[in-house]
Write a protein that binds this ligand. Structure first.
Ligand code: NJP
Length: 246
């Protein structure tokens, strides 16, 4: 309650669900993504809540910095930075999909670094802050076809643990959020037709409810870590659907 929370990748899925939940809880929000129409829908469905919407492509450092500058203009502080934007245009390495590799590195890795860089000076000055970054169970495990995506999520985990070690003395908390399958639009970013349609079909199979979570369920976990007392930081959260193998 009352915390200033910036959510990158807030236009759908986990980010949008988190924005809605935190708005209900009375947080002061900045929501960001490329699709402004989606961000405006979130604003409209939470009339009375403090929600600033700022367009940004997380792979562009100046656009991420602008999100934080606008947040400072409106609220004067940043308590939580949620680096949640991500894409998953997976393919086997043999496809030599250079463009997909670049996109994944730009959004999933550099996007997170851009987010961290833009809030660190502020959080150090405040002598408090919390950086939450969405990795994945694939930041711990490997699956054929997902090697590059996994690589980006392993990288994010390393960056976040480095941040924890460097900034723990400055009262800056870090949380790595590592979900298993969440029923969001992420599946649409898969370029490999077979993988994408296979995953979509799996959502309709009997028992699918034990193999996938709703973004609202992940949002409640994010709200929990934001609410922890000052002396307690949940540094890693692996959240799988109960029936998921990897
Ligand atoms: O997916 P989705 P999720 N610049 O597609 C934004 C991780 N994860 O909620 O720009 C700025 O509904 C995009 O906004 P827009 C996953 O890797 C998921 O599932 O308008 N924003 C949208 O708001 C990711 O890190 C699962 O297109 C950019 C958001 O990112 C996080 O969860 C499992 C952007 C994606 O929302 C949220 O994904 C797992 C850019 N260049 C990890 N590109 C899962 N769903 O199963 C994309 O282990 N966005």
């Amino acid at each position: 309650k009352d915390k200033v929370v910036v959510i990158m990748g807030a236009s759908s899925g986990i980010g949008a669900a988190t924005a809605k939940l935190l708005a209900e809880k009375g947080a002061k929000l900045t929501i960001s993504a490329r699709r402004m129409n989606r961000l405006e829908e979130i604003q409209k469905s939470n009339v009375g809540a403090d929600i600033l919407a700022v367009e940004a492509d997380v792979s562009k450092a100046d656009e991420v910095q602008n999100v934080i500058d606008k947040t400072m203009e409106k609220y004067g502080r940043v308590d939580v930075m949620f680096n949640n934007a991500g894409i998953m245009p997976v393919n086997n390495l043999s496809e030599v999909a250079r463009q997909e590799w670049n996109q994944m590195l730009d959004v999933n890795v550099k996007g997170v670094l851009n987010g961290i860089a833009s809030v660190l000076p502020i959080m150090r000055e405040q002598k408090s802050g919390h950086v939450i970054t969405t990795s994945s169970v694939l930041g711990y495990e490997l699956l054929p076809g997902f090697a590059t995506y996994s690589g980006t999520k392993f990288a994010v985990r390393a960056i976040m643990e480095g941040l924890r070690q460097e900034e723990r003395g400055n009262n800056i908390k870090t949380t790595i959020l590592a979900p298993g399958t969440v029923n969001t639009e992420l599946v649409d970013s898969i370029n490999n037709d077979e993988v994408r349609e296979g995953l979509k079909a799996a959502r309709k199979q009997p028992g699918a409810e034990m193999m996938g979570m709703d973004p609202e369920e992940i949002a409640s976990a994010v709200a929990f870590v934001i609410d922890t007392p000052a002396n307690m930081a949940v540094n890693e959260m692996i959240i799988r659907p109960t029936g998921q193998e990897i």
